[in-house]
Design a binder for this molecule. Structure first.
Ligand code: PLP
Length: 502
């Protein structure tokens, strides 16, 4: 009976975490009492400078760095950009090669894509089915042209932990600099940058119950660097811009809680194993991509449920108050199958059948049992699927122009620039969908459409929860339909589209 009650279960902690109470209190206190600019000279500014120095000390201490080796940034994305661009620039045109793993976060991969257009050679070393770098094959990628080796400590999608000390030793032997993205590892495993042997490491506050919009870059004393952002003298002249003191102080408070997070890691790992065993019981053909040994984050499970579309499953779980992610999705605006899963050897179809569950110290066994029960009902058919799926083939001319169909287009503005909408469709915002609900006719058959079929399924379930009777979504989205019916798209695309206003 307990499980009939709807719960809120947040299992997307690798995307971001809930801000903890001590962090909230610290941020509020700094906002309230510390308005001085840390760069100014009078007392109120000196108070702010003191808070900044204390925060730097706290972050440094958490990862066993020295204070002057910590540089606050606006995000870990910025930190990763800064290192890659600095090294590329410093070494051009002599050592133009950067070697990375193919499972890095998009803040690394996209930066490398950009650098490749500027003449930098980028090589990706092979990884095994869990994403582990093979030392022997990595060594063959390194040569006298290589300036930097880049490998994350723990992967955000599958949780695989790399042997960074061994990789850093290899880099040192070849006189190559080493950068490790430590964003996902912080708070889930002890981090000692000296023991890791890295030159650069990036961190993000919002993965450890801190605020969003603040990161930190560790630069080993003496390792080369060039600022990404120019302006004032902040951050020892390496990152200009008045510091977001409240965020930095919140980050430091979150770091002070890291020992507590690490204490919870054992219990979190037990929850993870409970979840994996339940998946294997419910769906014996499921594929678990996260290693089950200690070389994996304690909180992360990546799982493929064959023949079950992850968009559908994610939307169903969302309907029941459970937040998980499909693919890399830190980002609702990226519908493409995950590059990480593809690097692990999954087909595009398997990547579209894969979900990531990421727990935290806030997750309880009751939460996990609720998730398992919800999945069990869905897999066994006990849960009647409340929404319908329309395949691209089914959306023929008859259905497109059927009297009682109401097409709701929830693509993002940039996607609308790339392709025209379906005829007679109504454009609404995905993120602000609740503001449009009153305008959607309750008696029509609502067909929700997005770019690739992910966001539309979430909206379809949302509308169902708002008591709309007939709701469906277009599988594979407008892209899939356009590919299937190019002639219909040419003839009718963009006709009689209505832009709804919230
Ligand atoms: N690196 C990894 C491994 C991540 O998981 C993320 C965020 O998801 C980032 C970098 C980017 O962090 P931020 O959100 O601070 O830019």
């Amino acid at each position: 009976m307990l499980f009939r009650l709807r719960r809120e279960v947040y299992l997307d902690n690798n995307a971001t975490t809930r801000v903890s109470k001590p962090v909230r209190q610290k941020i509020n206190q700094v906002l309230k009492t510390c308005h001085g600019n840390p760069s100014s000279l009078y007392q109120v500014a000196r108070n702010s400078a003191e808070i900044l120095a204390e925060a730097r000390r706290q972050v440094a201490q958490t990862i066993n760095a020295q204070d002057h080796e910590i540089f606050f940034t606006g995000s870990a994305t910025e930190a990763n950009n800064a290192v890659l661009k600095a090294i590329a620039q410093l070494n051009y045109p002599h050592q133009t090669k950067i070697v990375a793993t193919p499972i890095e976060h998009s803040s690394v991969i996209s930066t490398l894509d950009f650098l490749a257009t500027q003449g930098v050679q980028v090589d990706y070393c092979p990884v095994d089915a869990h994403g582990r770098v093979q030392l022997a094959s990595l060594e063959t990628c390194l040569d006298e042209h290589t300036s930097l080796l880049c490998c994350m400590l723990a992967n955000n999608e599958v949780g695989t932990i790399q042997d960074i000390p061994a990789l850093a030793r290899l880099a040192r032997r070849h006189q190559i600099l080493f950068m490790a993205d430590c964003v996902q590892a912080l708070g889930k495993m002890p981090i000692d940058v000296k023991a890791l042997g890295v030159d650069y490491a990036s961190f993000s506050a919002h993965k450890i119950h801190g605020p969003k919009g603040v990161g930190a870059l560790y630069i080993k004393s003496g390792s080369p660097f060039l600022p990404l952002i120019h302006g004032g003298h902040q951050e020892f002249g390496q990152r200009a811009g008045t510091e977001g003191l409240h965020n930095i102080a919140g980050f430091a408070t979150a770091c002070s809680q890291v020992p507590n997070l690490l204490q919870q890691a054992h219990r979190v790992r037990e929850l993870k194993h409970y979840l994996i065993q339940a998946f294997q019981r419910l769906k014996p053909d499921c594929l678990i991509h996260s290693p089950t040994d200690d070389y994996c984050l304690p909180n992360t499970v990546s799982v493929t449920f064959p023949n079950i579309n992850n968009a559908m499953l994610m939307a169903m779980l969302d309907y029941h108050g459970i937040a998980v992610s499909a693919g890399s999705a830190c980002n609702t605006q990226d519908d493409t199958p995950s590059h990480v899963l593809k690097a692990l050897g999954l087909s595009e179809q398997q990547a579209r059948e894969t979900l990531r569950f990421s727990c935290s110290g806030d997750t309880s066994i009751t939460d996990i049992k609720y998730v398992i029960k919800t999945l069990a009902d869905y897999f066994s058919g006990a849960e009647k699927i409340p929404i319908h799926l329309v395949t691209p083939a089914q959306l023929n001319e008859n259905l497109l122009f059927a009297e009682n169909i109401y097409i709701l287009d929830v693509r993002f503005p940039h996607e609308r620039k790339l392709a025209k909408g379906l005829p007679r469709s109504h454009e609404a915002s995905f993120v602000a969908i609740r503001k449009y609900v009153k305008q959607i006719p309750p008696n029509k058959n609502i067909l929700v459409v997005c770019e690739m079929g992910y966001n539309s399924s979430v909206v379809a379930y949302y509308l169902k929860s708002k008591r709309f009777k007939n709701v469906s979504f277009l599988l594979t989205g407008l892209m899939g339909w356009r590919w299937y019916y190019p002639e219909l798209y040419r003839r009718y695309g963009g006709q009689n589209v209505t832009v709804l206003t919230p």
